[in-house]
Design a binder for this molecule. Structure first.
Ligand code: LLP
Length: 439
């Protein structure tokens, strides 16, 4: 879809957050990531309102892997949403921005000893444990630091969601978590309940990303609840928290119909009250949305620099960015929609393939899409690039990564500066340069 504040004036000039894209391109250069404040805040509130309907109230944790920088962490803190981090780097970014560690969920299928200690020292609210090796490592680090580690165990429930196989995680042969089917989850729970420095708070299961159905989420919640019931009978243990992960899809294409959050949440409410044994409090439901909060808030602006027709009649339009700032088409065959600033309603259309600037045949942003007849110097606006674009960007070909700008009520705020050539060489050691020095 488009950012909520997307508007087109009588000259077909596009603005977002009350700022024209032409102005942003001129001020900051291209390629440029633009994020709309209102869209982000609306999506956050949708989750908070829906989860508040639960009894006990649930909590949303934004998945920082979709997009994170210090300013974003600051905005999230202001909105009192939680934050899911998956590395020391994401944790550092959040803490630098003054994010409340209580609302941080520390994730990842491989956490180093240093990262575990960092999370424990920072007193993050929860650590999601992914393997037996890690469970022992958490126990050791918590013992060394003299604290109790609040742990959720990541369960692999055996739910196969219909999404690209690279972003599917809930099936039994996944690299993530403890399988329910193979007894690994049982061993992990037994062990966690016996460890002195681990406090088992509940379970987590994330089944995949860009899921467009409701049922897999409901099934996921149900399987975690039923699994908990078994433990209540066996050892009298009952979870405080069930975290059903992220994965809500967004509308990249007109045929994509995202799941309804309110439907999922009310089904979970019924499950919680139908299944929680008498005398016990239903666990709190946590969700970890990434894409569904930030994808639609973002657009990327590119300048068209080349237009060519190759033998066979195929028309290429080449822009000043590509797989370095958006790897998703090359990695997942992801499809995007775009328009041209100043030509939004133009009737004269053509079919073009939009190629990037990187030295890779696969660096194609959009294949055979219909655009108004394109000219060199046009400003191409690609939609829904807020999630997993900047966060997966690289310096391939030593191209500096673009800036990120937030727009709100007619103002623009630089969130992340464009990298310079100096940034590219910052970590290079310039003193080891000639072959002679190796003798
Ligand atoms: N929680 C966990 C444990 C996750 O692994 C993920 C995403 C999320 C939450 C957030 O999922 P979301 O709501 O954003 O779907 N790079 C891929 C997506 C990878 C998702 C990885 N995990 C892409 O560009 O499509």
């Amino acid at each position: 879809m488009k950012p909520d504040t997307f508007a087109v004036d009588q000259h077909q000039q596009i603005s977002i957050g009350g700022v024209t894209l032409a102005h942003l391109a001129k001020k900051y250069g291209t390629p440029l990531y633009v994020l709309d404040y209102e869209t982000i805040v609306h999506r956050i509130r949708d989750y908070q309102d829906a989860l508040n309907e639960l009894n006990p109230a649930g909590q949303a944790f934004y998945a920082g892997k979709a997009f994170l920088c210090q300013a974003m962490a600051g905005l999230l803190e202001q909105q009192h949403i939680g934050l899911d981090v998956v590395s020391g780097g994401e944790l550092y970014t959040a803490l630098q921005a003054g994010f409340n560690p209580d609302r941080i969920m520390f994730h990842g299928n491989v956490k180093t000893r240093e990262e575990i200690a960092y999370a424990l020292n920072a007193k993050v609210g929860h650590i999601v444990c992914d393997s037996m090796d890690e469970l022992e490592r958490i126990e050791e680090e918590a013992a060394r630091l003299g604290c109790l580690a609040p742990v959720l165990l990541r369960i692999t429930p055996g739910i196969e969601a219909h999404t690209h196989e690279f972003i599917r995680t809930g099936q039994f042969d996944s690299k993530f978590g403890f399988g329910l089917g193979d007894g690994l989850a049982d061993r992990a729970v037994e062990r966690a309940l016996d460890l002195k420095h681990v406090m088992l708070k509940g379970f987590h299961a994330h089944i995949g990303s860009q899921i467009l159905e409701e049922d897999p989420f409901i099934l996921n919640a149900e399987s975690l609840l039923r699994y908990s019931l078994g433990w209540n009978q066996r050892r009298g243990w009952w979870p405080e928290v069930l975290n059903i992960g992220g994965g809500f899809g967004v509308r990249y294409q007109p045929g994509d119909h995202p799941p309804r959050l309110t439907t999922v949440v009310s089904a979970i409410n019924e499950l919680l009250h139908g299944l929680t044994p008498q005398g016990l409090i239903a666990p709190r439901t946590f969700m970890e949305p990434g894409r569904s909060i930030i994808a639609e808030a973002g657009v990327t602006l590119y300048r068209v620099l080349v237009k060519k027709e190759v033998p066979g009649g195929k028309r290429y339009v080449a822009v000043d960015g590509g797989m370095g700032d958006n790897i998703r088409p090359a990695l997942y065959q992801a499809e995007y929609r775009a328009v041209i600033d100043g030509k939004v309603d133009q009737a004269d259309m053509e079919t073009v393939t939009v190629a990037g600037r990187y030295c890779e045949t696969g660096d194609v942003l959009m294949k055979d899409i219909a655009l108004p007849v394109v000219a060199v110097e046009d400003l191409l606006v690609v939609f829904d690039t807020g999630a997993y674009n900047y966060s997966m960007a690289s310096n391939y070909n030593r191209v500096p990564r673009p800036a990120v700008v937030l727009v709100h009520q007619g103002q623009d705020y630089l969130w992340v500066a464009r990298e310079s050539y100096q940034d590219l060489t910052r970590a290079d050691n310039p003193y080891v340069m000639t072959a002679d020095e190796y003798r």
